[in-house]
Design a protein around this ligand. Structure first.
Ligand SMILES: NC(=O)c1ccc[n+]([C@@H]2O[C@H](COP(=O)([O-])OP(=O)(O)OC[C@H]3O[C@@H](n4cnc5c(N)ncnc54)[C@H](O)[C@@H]3O)[C@@H](O)[C@H]2O)c1
Length: 270
């Protein structure tokens, strides 16, 4: 179903790697709602992923950018506004990667250059994206910027490793930048705290299969899928949520406010 919620709106979508990616589903949904966008990802992901197919499907152009490179981001913002023919209304930051997780380093045995790299990619990149947009004055008034996060920023999930710290930083950047972006340019900035989702990044976390089943049983509405997340993101890009800013918004079927569910009690009562 389409409501034309994003008709006439332009934006940039970071992080579509393959059809499981949250950014991929969001791009399809934004397209269905009439939004136009430029797709971007790290040059290495271009070679590994299937972003060309998504570009074709949605009539979009691709501009590669490493989200840790200020130069790449400046080029991306300049090209995107040129290609789309004006300032932007929405930006999705859907980027995450921990080198410690990838290399199997435990949280109590971090290699700090890995930590720094993961932080740059997963957290500081959000500041870099917004600072680039801000300095170029590339966002329209009442535009909307969304980044994806996870509840490990508030509560401990042992296998989430240093991504927990990266997400805490990311959520703080949304509040801090959201203040200035709101004051100066009436742009809103929020993070969506999404359920565990079977994507390349998600499945990189140790014990993911057990954890996603646990979360499913703990959430009154069940886990939110990537498709559900795409729908929620569209609502935040639309004009129907103009006064929502500087928030971390849980999109998790109720998991974050559930102490224990009947299913979990029954499992342990056996
Ligand atoms: N999958 C989950 O369980 C889950 C839950 C909550 C939040 N999230 C968050 O959702 C977001 C999207 O992840 P996903 O689950 O769709 O996985 P994904 O692997 O499909 O997407 C991660 C993306 O980050 C990109 N990326 C990595 N390094 C980059 C760089 N230097 N520059 C630009 N892009 C880079 C990758 O190429 C990839 O497209 C991430 O922020 C992730 O932490 C995921």
């Amino acid at each position: 179903m389409s409501y034309n919620l994003l008709k006439g709106k332009r934006g940039i979508i970071f992080g579509a790697l393959d059809e499981n990616s949250i950014a991929w589903k969001t791009a399809e949904r934004v397209h269905a709602e009439g939004g136009k966008f430029v797709l971007t990802n790290a040059p290495i992901a271009m070679r590994m992923g299937q972003i060309d197919a998504l570009a074709k499907k949605t009539g979009s152009e691709i501009v590669p950018a490493d989200a840790t490179s200020e130069e790449d981001l400046e080029n991306l913002v300049a090209k995107a506004t040129e290609i789309l023919g004006g300032k932007l209304d929405f930006v999705l930051h859907s980027i995450g990667m921990s080198v410690n997780v990838r290399k199997g380093r435990h949280y109590t045995d971090e290699k700090y250059d890995f930590t720094a790299k993961g932080w740059d990619v997963s957290a500081l990149s959000f500041h870099k994206v917004m600072q680039t947009l801000y300095k170029a004055d590339a966002m329209n008034e009442w535009g909307s910027i969304v980044a994806l996060t996870y509840m490990a920023a508030q509560r401990t999930f042992p296998d989430y490793n240093d991504m927990a710290d990266n997400k805490a930083y990311l959520e703080s950047v949304a509040r801090s930048f959201g203040y200035f972006y709101g004051k100066e340019k009436k742009v809103r900035v929020n993070t969506i705290s999404q359920s565990p989702t079977p994507t390349t990044a998600g499945q990189g976390v140790k014990g993911f299969d057990g954890f996603i089943s646990y979360a499913e049983k703990m959430s009154p509405l069940g886990n939110a899928s990537a498709q559900d997340c795409a729908d929620y993101t569209v609502s935040l890009f639309s004009d129907l949520t103009k006064k929502v800013t500087m928030q971390n918004l849980f999109h998790d079927g109720g998991f974050s406010n559930t102490g224990v569910s009947q299913e979990v009690i029954e499992y342990f009562s056996k």
